[in-house]
Design a protein around this ligand. Structure first.
Ligand SMILES: NC(=O)c1ccc[n+]([C@@H]2O[C@H](COP(=O)([O-])OP(=O)(O)OC[C@H]3O[C@@H](n4cnc5c(N)ncnc54)[C@H](OP(=O)(O)O)[C@@H]3O)[C@@H](O)[C@H]2O)c1
Length: 339
């Protein structure tokens, strides 16, 4: 378990990736008490120099003894790497905050959004899982409504940016856009079809039930974080040609009737949430507006007129920040008693 100190040796595993880069920036911006920062990635990046504050840090590859002397490791190098290396890190006495899907549904691993279920950090055994990006921004908004009126059903459709897939997808959208605007053909490597000027109802692999893995992550992770297995959730996850920021149309049904104004009042006091909702003045959140911001924005709050106790919400957040790096750093801050 983590010993309280003034400063900590911190590692970022997957430091050269879209999330890893943001983790390094977030540690710096939030002035995390870092004694030493170690950066890891694949052998493709060995020796590459990355900036942290005023220092250049050389990227290392992972070895059996890499985690010796490291207090906290933030992992964002994919599930396969987390499966192998997170237990190695724990064995070396390190606490792991893991961004991948590898440990999220393990009953021995807490799945934490600090504004929602910080109490679950108490029972960690060395690994704490960071939820899926689309789930994080949704539960930050649902939690206070659930507490006030008990949500019984959630229907969510997402509009997810390409940075949710990683750096290669960011490059692919840029390249395809450039090629198509220059009358060249688009080449598809990351996604099965062109993503520039297109919309794909397909995120992660298709499962036996014809949902995608991403959709079922939203169902199962939402229940685990809110601690309510009875909650009915159905999701459709869609990739859109946006670089940064996920949007979600969320319809909820509650046990207790809430008006749109009740929901605005509840969410106005919710930690990490900004109500950005004045439809008649064209005030609503969108990805370009939230990119680089820490909070989850919610707008288009209105009653669902097709049912007795329903509310529609439009939820937008920066997937690389609250959806990944910021949530992980916030977990680390809780672990060291900084938040
Ligand atoms: N993007 C998001 O919004 C988001 C949100 C939540 C969770 N996540 C999760 O975070 C993880 C990383 O996502 P990303 O978007 O940052 O992907 P990414 O841009 O593709 O970055 C992947 C990182 O993993 C490293 N890596 C690959 N193979 C490795 C190995 N064998 N040993 C050590 N490092 C290795 C890569 O290093 P090289 O540069 O050397 O290849 C790179 O630093 C994934 O598990 C993803 O599901 C992402």
């Amino acid at each position: 378990m983590l010993k309280m100190k003034d400063t900590y040796v911190v590692a970022v595993v997957g430091a050269t990736g879209a999330v890893g880069n943001e983790m390094v920036a977030t540690l710096e911006e939030r002035n995390f008490p870092v004694q030493k920062l170690r950066l890891f990635a694949s052998d493709r990046s060995e020796g590459k120099m990355l900036k942290y504050k005023d220092t250049d840090i050389s990227v290392e590859t992972l070895q059996e003894n890499s985690f010796e002397g490291i207090d906290i490791a933030l992992f964002s190098a994919g599930a396969e790497r987390s499966k192998i290396w997170a237990p190695v890190a724990v064995q070396s006495g390190c606490v792991v905050v893991d961004n991948s899907s590898q440990w999220r549904m393990d009953p021995d691993v807490p799945l934490v959004v600090p504004e929602v279920n910080p109490g679950d950090l108490k029972w960690h055994k060395g690994i704490i899982a960071n939820p899926n990006c689309s789930t994080i921004q949704m539960v930050v908004v649902l939690k206070p409504i659930h507490d006030a009126a008990k949500i019984v059903r959630v229907v969510v459709t997402t509009f997810q940016s390409v940075s949710g897939t990683g750096q290669k997808a960011i490059d692919e959208l840029l390249q395809q856009t450039t090629d198509l605007l220059n009358f060249r053909e688009a080449t598809c490597t990351v996604y099965p079809y062109q993503i520039a000027f297109n919309v794909l109802p397909h995120i992660d692999k298709f499962l036996e039930n014809d949902y995608t893995k991403e959709e079922m992550k939203m169902v199962n992770e939402t229940r685990k974080i809110l601690g309510d297995e009875s909650l009915r959730v159905t999701a459709t996850t869609v990739r859109v040609p946006v670089f940064r920021g996920h949007s979600e149309s969320v319809n909820i049904e509650t046990e207790k009737k809430l008006t749109a104004n009740d929901v605005r009042a509840i969410l106005s006091n919710a930690p990490g949430v900004v109500v950005f909702d004045a439809p008649h003045k064209n005030v609503y959140p969108f990805p370009v507006h939230v990119a680089g911001k820490d909070e989850t924005y919610v707008g288009r709050i209105r009653e669902d007129e097709s049912i007795e106790k329903g509310i529609n919400l439009w939820i937008v957040a920066d997937n690389l920040r609250k959806g990944a790096a910021l949530n992980a750093v916030q977990i680390a801050e809780r672990l060291i008693g900084k938040a």
